[in-house]
Design a protein around this ligand. Structure first.
Ligand SMILES: Nc1ncnc2c1ncn2[C@@H]1O[C@H](COP(=O)(O)OP(=O)(O)OP(=O)(O)O)[C@@H](O)[C@H]1O
Ligand SMILES: [Mg+2]
Length: 484
């Protein structure tokens, strides 16, 4: 069955197709789906549109007791079924009625609220979906949706009752950086990077949170930051704080902010973060786990050293908040954003845009378009640090890419790259990459075809361009390539 995605839903073609396939499937094995993803990613927006398109029943729960939730659900179901009154004694009764009434998709959005007021609900669903259960026998296809990753993730793991019952598991992610540029209408690549370094790919930040205010051009960027991000009258202003406060598992926000501030300040290892917040590395393990589970931070492993991980903040707005807004909060509350922006702009470029640009380059390097320029598709990609004992130095490699491990042969390094947002790269940057490559070669890697990649948001000097000319093992990648 072909169900056309409505025009107001931007991107999300893959998600749309998966949801429509689920909603219209004839298979008795397709009865339960789980949709999750962080707040503001557009789960409700998407599910509402799908339910509308296929004539399904969409219900969003609110916080409440089991009794109020059942009453609310009964009223919504009655409205959908044209009148009637339902007073359900429990969820089993409510779901039986749903399976009698509905001939297709039923969406239970904000499911974590329901699960909290009725801890037995997953077990009720398990029975209803079991071999002789009424949901299994009927034609209802149930989608559970929610943002509390601790609840949604837990529905299907370990010994959870619903494990093995879901035929669809969809995580709604932020838009990729290229889609985000289109979404924001940022045709200028430089503007697109700057905007993405603050609001990332979260759809809601382009709409309700700034009332549709987008920078009209690169020259409007500074004014836009002041009126749309740093202004206390705009919802985006408090958003980074709310994001953390809304995570159910977080009680003492101070230590969480401390850890996020540490990462935003450039401390990416567990030891570095612990040092910054003045705790022992073992004491922040729980905080890191909670932040990782709630998808606010990500742990990336060094492709050359398995035991070494880097922590990164996944939501750019949090980096921006920790690096720029938090330290100026009282001035911002007084409405002095012009002065704050004047004194924070350099910090913004160094702590926010610079590292963000490195991340975009890593994203690009693993994309299909990059494979041609970088000698293949990477099995692993990430940042690394190469020790140079003879010179008592450490060489940071921002974008390192490895081919798949083939037993019996040396691991091939596809590419080593350096990324700089605000600097024109020259031959000396290339020399550093050469040195890193030679050191890794001594350590047993196959570097015979390694491409040395220079990524710049500013450009490359004449000597570097001359060196790269006609040499397939040197790649110069500018903003035009990233946004091709
Ligand atoms: N694909 C999209 N195209 C256009 N706008 C979108 C899209 N997805 C989301 N939005 C915008 O983002 C807003 C927030 O999305 P939505 O409320 O669906 O997020 P959510 O994931 O349900 O968040 P929460 O977990 O807080 O409920 C929408 O109201 C809409 O303005
Ligand atoms: Mg929602």
């Amino acid at each position: 069955m072909q169900v056309v995605k409505p025009g107001h839903v931007f991107d999300r073609d893959r998600e749309w197709d998966a949801l429509v396939r689920f909603a219209t499937s004839d298979s008795p094995d397709v009865r339960l789906g789980i949709v999750s993803g962080r707040r503001r990613m557009g789960k409700t927006f998407l599910l509402d549109a799908v339910a509308e398109a296929v004539g399904g029943f969409y219900y969003a729960a609110t916080d409440g007791t089991q009794a109020t939730a059942l009453a609310d659900f009964g009223a919504a179901l009655a409205q959908q079924a044209d009148g009637g009154r339902y007073a359900f004694a429990d969820w089993d009764e409510a779901l039986r009625q749903v399976s009698r009434l509905s001939r297709g998709l039923v969406v239970l959005d904000e499911f974590p609220y329901l699960a909290r007021s009725a801890p037995g609900l997953p077990a009720v669903l398990q029975r209803a979906l079991g071999p002789r259960g009424y949901l299994r026998a009927g034609t209802t296809r149930l989608l559970l949706c929610g943002s509390a990753m601790s609840v949604m993730g837990g529905l299907l793991t370990g010994s959870a009752p619903l494990r093995g019952r879901a035929s669809l598991e969809l995580v709604v992610q932020p838009f990729g950086y290229q889609e985000a540029a289109r979404f924001w209408g940022a045709d200028d690549a430089r503007l697109a990077v700057l905007v993405h370094s603050i609001v990332g790919g979260t759809p809601a930040y382009r709409r309700e949170f700034v009332a549709g205010d987008v920078p009209s051009s690169l020259s409007d960027f500074d004014a836009w930051v002041q009126r749309a991000v740093l202004s206390r009258q705009v919802p985006l202003f408090r958003e980074a704080r709310y994001l953390l406060a809304e995570e159910g598992d977080i009680r003492d926000t101070a230590i969480y902010h401390g850890v996020l501030a540490a990462i935003a300040d450039g401390n990416h290892t567990r030891g570095g973060i612990a040092g910054y917040v003045g705790r022992k590395a073992t004491d922040i393990g729980h905080v890191l786990t909670v932040l990782e589970d709630s998808q606010l931070i990500a742990r990336e492993t060094d492709p050359f050293r398995k035991g070494r991980s880097f922590y990164r903040i996944r939501e750019p707005l949090i980096v921006f908040y920790e690096a720029v807004m938090r330290r100026e909060w009282s001035r911002l509350e007084r409405g002095d954003q012009a002065a704050v922006w004047r004194s924070s702009r350099a910090t913004f470029l160094a702590k926010v845009v610079g590292p963000h640009f490195e991340g975009l380059c890593r994203d690009w390097a693993t994309s299909a378009t990059a494979a041609g320029a970088l000698g293949g598709t990477a099995a692993e990609a990430g940042a690394t640090v190469v020790a140079d004992p003879a010179r008592r130095a450490q060489i940071e490699v921002d974008v390192a890419m490895l081919a798949a491990d083939e037993p019996g042969s040396q691991r091939r390094i596809l590419s080593l790259g350096e990324a700089k947002w605000g600097k024109t790269l020259g031959v000396r940057h290339l020399q550093r990459l050469r040195r890193a490559r030679d050191l890794l070669s001594v350590r047993g890697y196959d570097t015979s075809a390694t491409v040395l990649a220079c990524y710049s948001g500013t450009g490359f000097d004449a000597d570097l361009r001359a060196a790269a000319h006609g040499d397939r093992q040197i790649a110069l990648i500018g903003l035009g390539d990233l946004y091709q």
